[in-house]
Write a protein that binds this ligand. Structure first.
Ligand SMILES: *Cc1c(COP(=O)(O)O)cnc(C)c1O
Length: 301
């Protein structure tokens, strides 16, 4: 999928909205967190909010960081490279944690792993990619293991990446046993976008939960040792309620994405909703750093 990013510069007024949108997400996160049952709280004791800034200008990263956000996600290699190396971001966001959440080809691994403040690669979907990440990270000799997640294609849609659920144990175990430079911390899914929650829990999330059960029983691991990365703008509350430990939220914080196809005939990624320039609505009246204090004790921003 080829596309150029035509990030629209936001005005000062819009940047105030990012703080408000972030806070609204945190309040909804907290409510969902509080409604979980005892078993889920034990199995998924921590939660991280990854703010997804793909296609958005670096000013939005700076603004969200100013409001306390530290974990950011990108899913295009070039965008991660540009933002992570950006001098202003490097200076102002010293504790930023970049998550790579897109499809990664082995020939781009080096670029991603050289990104300053790279924290996690959430999309390991093959033995080949795992080995390349392992080898490259070893060479970089950072002195710590790179956190990764195994991506699982829970919806079985052809255009989605990830191993089928039946292979989750094998790939997880490969990384765990054979990739000494990597620290496999969990499993991740995107899932189908159009699940109607009135029809019951999202089956893709249930499949990811089942994959964790399979891995845990096969290798004798405690559930809380395996993170679940699931939940996006339209379903993060449900994802938290059923046990997500890592939600990836983009458009609800930063507004709908603008894609400008390179050529007239470029296909719209079915994963993406049609875009228009629009900032998120929030009901909150004001925002400041303190506003972001939340009752979720184990929430990492
Ligand atoms: C874009 C993206 C997100 C965020 O999507 P929103 O619906 O804007 O919240 C999350 N995860 C992945 C893998 C993405 O590519």
């Amino acid at each position: 999928m080829h596309r150029v990013f035509n990030a629209v510069m936001a005005t000062e007024g819009e940047f105030g909205q990012i703080g408000r949108a972030l806070q609204a997400v945190l309040q909804r996160t907290e409510a969902a967190w509080q409604s979980r049952n005892e078993r889920i709280s034990q199995e998924s004791p921590n939660l991280r909010l990854v703010a997804v800034t793909k296609t958005k200008p670096k000013e939005m990263v700076l603004e969200a960081y100013k409001h306390g956000q530290k974990n950011f996600g990108e899913n295009y290699v070039q965008e991660l490279v540009e933002k992570s190396h950006d001098a202003e971001i490097l200076k102002a966001c010293r504790e930023i944690r970049w998550h790579f959440i897109g499809h990664l080809q082995t020939n781009k691994v080096k670029k991603v792993l050289e990104a300053p403040n790279l924290y996690m690669v959430e999309t390991v979907d093959s033995v080949k990619l795992a080995n390349e990440l392992n080898k490259t990270w070893e060479k970089l000799a950072k002195g710590w293991r790179l956190k990764v997640m195994v991506q699982i294609n829970t919806s079985g849609e052809e255009q989605k990446h990830g191993v089928p659920p039946s292979q989750c144990c094998d790939l997880y175990d490969h990384v765990r046993q054979k990739c000494g430079a990597l620290d496999v911390v969990g499993i991740m899914t995107i899932g189908a976008f159009d699940h109607d929650l009135s029809k019951g829990p999202n089956p893709d999330f249930q499949t990811l939960i089942k994959c964790r059960e399979d891995i845990c029983s096969k290798f004798g691991l405690p559930k809380e040792s395996i993170e679940l990365s699931m939940g996006m703008s339209n379903d993060f509350e449900h994802a938290i309620e059923v046990g997500s430990t890592n939600i990836r939220v983009g458009s609800t914080i930063f507004g709908a994405r603008n894609y400008k196809p390179k050529v007239e005939t470029a296909q719209q990624n079915p994963a993406e909703k049609p875009s228009e320039t629009q900032m998120p609505d929030t009901q909150l009246g004001h925002s400041s750093h303190q506003d972001h204090v939340t009752g979720v004790a184990n929430l990492a921003l």
